[in-house]
Design a protein around this ligand. Structure first.
Ligand SMILES: OB(O)c1ccc2cc[nH]c2c1
Length: 240
């Protein structure tokens, strides 16, 4: 999978050089390219923003630098994107987007090419998204009901959530099966040695060796946790 990220803070994305995502880049499983939006400006001050029409606080990101950046990326990937037969996905982290969930991560992991647009200030001129729909499948996505100062932190979260689902990135694919949200429930509690720690013991069932009973206990724990912490994930009749 190719992932292009456009930002005015390229250094923010250095975290993508670390750990499993960083290894996947070095192994060629993920082709992640970071682009500085200011490289697509033409004035002396490398301006990417201006005042909002209609007034209001803050500044709005100008559409032209974004269009030039996205055109440049689309041109550089044209052969591969044409071969895949699908338009690249333009993923735009924004508080006004649809909710990013594990199901969305799985959808995006099936794409051949993601382009992530990290907005700043009060956001990007809306006309950019209308224009981009000619070249990309545009997805405006929110991490949740809170607001960050820009899209970079959300981009890191989304790229990690998607990248780890690409075959080969996570060493043991089994570990992707039993984790929160993989089956619509929160994950069960986990324990490791020592079996007794500061007067607290590991649940005896986990020391029993009875894998059937352990599996049932773990599922029960998932339901209890989900009901307590995220009843919204449960079907109405079992939300308690
Ligand atoms: O909370 B967010 O995910 C987010 C994303 C993009 C921008 C642009 C300006 N503020 C933002 C916040």
């Amino acid at each position: 999978m190719r992932i292009d990220v456009v930002t005015i803070f390229p250094e923010y994305l250095q975290a993508l050089d670390v750990s499993l995502i960083g290894k996947a880049r070095r192994d060629g499983l993920l082709d992640i390219r970071i682009h500085d939006l200011r490289e697509h400006t033409s004035d002396r001050h490398r301006t990417v923003d201006d005042t909002p029409y209609g007034g209001g606080a803050g500044m709005v990101m100008k559409p032209e630098p974004w269009a030039l950046a996205l055109e440049s990326i689309a041109a550089s990937a044209a052969d591969a994107d044409d071969a895949s037969g699908a338009r690249p996905v333009l993923l735009v982290p924004t508080p006004s987007g649809t909710l990013f969930r594990q199901s969305v991560a799985h959808e995006l992991a099936g794409a051949d090419h993601l382009v992530v647009a990290c907005g700043r200030y009060e956001g990007i001129d809306e006309r950019l998204f209308e224009w981009a729909a000619e070249l990309f499948e545009v997805r405006l996505v929110s991490l949740g009901d809170y607001v960050l100062n820009g899209g970079e932190v959300a981009a890191l979260a989304m790229i990690e959530a998607v990248g780890r689902l690409v075959p080969g990135v996570v060493g043991n694919p089994e570990s992707l099966v039993e984790e929160s949200h993989s089956d619509g429930l929160l994950e069960y509690p986990v324990y490791t040695k020592p079996s007794s720690w500061r007067g607290r013991d590991v649940p005896q069932i986990l020391l029993s060796g009875d894998h059937g009973r352990i599996a049932r206990w773990r599922h029960d724990q998932q339901v209890v946790r989900t009901r307590a912490r995220r009843p919204d994930l449960l079907p109405p009749e079992s939300a308690g």
